[in-house]
Design a protein around this ligand. Sequence first.
Ligand code: ADP
Ligand code: MG
Length: 406
Amino acid sequence: MRTLDSLAEAVGTLDGTRVIVRCDLNVPLRDGVITDDGRVRASLPTLNVLVNAGARVIVCSHLGRPDGVPDPRYSLAPVAQRLSELLGKPVAFARDTVGESAQEAVAALEDGGVVVLENLRFNPGETVKDDAERRAFAEQLAALGDAMVSDGFGVVHRKQASVYELAQILPSAAGLLIETELDVLDRLTENPERPYTVVLGGSKVSDKLGVISHLLPRVDRLLVGGGMLFTFLAAEGHAVASSLLEKDQLDTVRGYIAEAGERGVELVLPTDVVVAERFAADAAHEVVAADAIEQSAFGAAGIGLDIGPDTAARFAEAIRGSRTVFWNGPMGVFEFPAFASGTKAVAEALASVDGLGVVGGGDSAAAVRQLGFADDRFGHISTGGGASLEFLEGKRLPGLTVLGWE
Ligand code: ADP
Ligand code: MG
């Protein structure tokens, strides 16, 4: 894969060169305020290298899903401001992506200067299915720079103009964030230190089928929590009341249970769950055995919203006894404090793993930060949810192939 060093060679010198950096600055915002700046911080190493090399740095990113039209709710202006604070230097902001404002801001850049372009997805060409239309938008972007660095790991599984076509048009290379993410993911797939445990949770089994089938032959233990645990319990013949259940996945899940048995993978399912009266932060709730969910005080109306304390303790022990752990998907509805205990127990155990502990997934990363864990307590927090899952599924990602990755 082409890296920053090879880019410097390809363009002669980075000094004075206009470098477009495709970052993933898709941060969560509440009323225009960034609630988690993890992705902005993750983009700093590459930006600092370019700034120090005297490049004229043009940062572009998407934010949310504005659907191809400008929408002030999804403006990158607050992100540009935060980036300026973190870089400790002024950062210009263009009010459009490839229009007059962008062109003027780029023309005004000095060596080592930084500008952030407005949200890529304010332009339909960024994500449009039609190859020619995407290419046309990528050409407009390319006209702003002399070289391109791809560093938005969260979008490398997408064939989008700024990720794929732009990297074909300009001399391009991967940035340091992509290099770091790939190093960690490689350690999860090539000869991981054992025992190797994967912890899966989150809302849907159907989102994680690919990763389960790809990882089953590779792991020693698979722990299942979150919304998907109920499809596993149902597959084993237990009633799950009104909990999240994907009936159409029951056969697939039975297949996984059988495969785990054949391969000697220890499949750890919850023995108890927290059942609530309804889906709400202040809902009445109680802990019941995993095979007695309908016997809770709420009967058939009960909804499982977290793993129980016994399960949390067993999961924590399995995690602590591992040398490599990959965790994707919260153990419960952590957004409601009453149902965050399982997620917290798993995060706590992961933070004390003697070996490599990786958190993958947008909501999982948000969960650990919301629960007050500092990033450096984990081996790695991946900035890419979908991208890291697709990588672990063994898929070839277009945004990496285009950079010469095999
Ligand atoms: P990630 O973004 O880390 O990959 P997902 O998007 O798969 O994670 O899932 C995150 C969501 O799963 C959270 O919003 C959480 O509330 C939800 N979730 C976890 N457990 C349950 C449950 N028992 N019932 C319903 N939703 C759940
Ligand atoms: Mg998610």
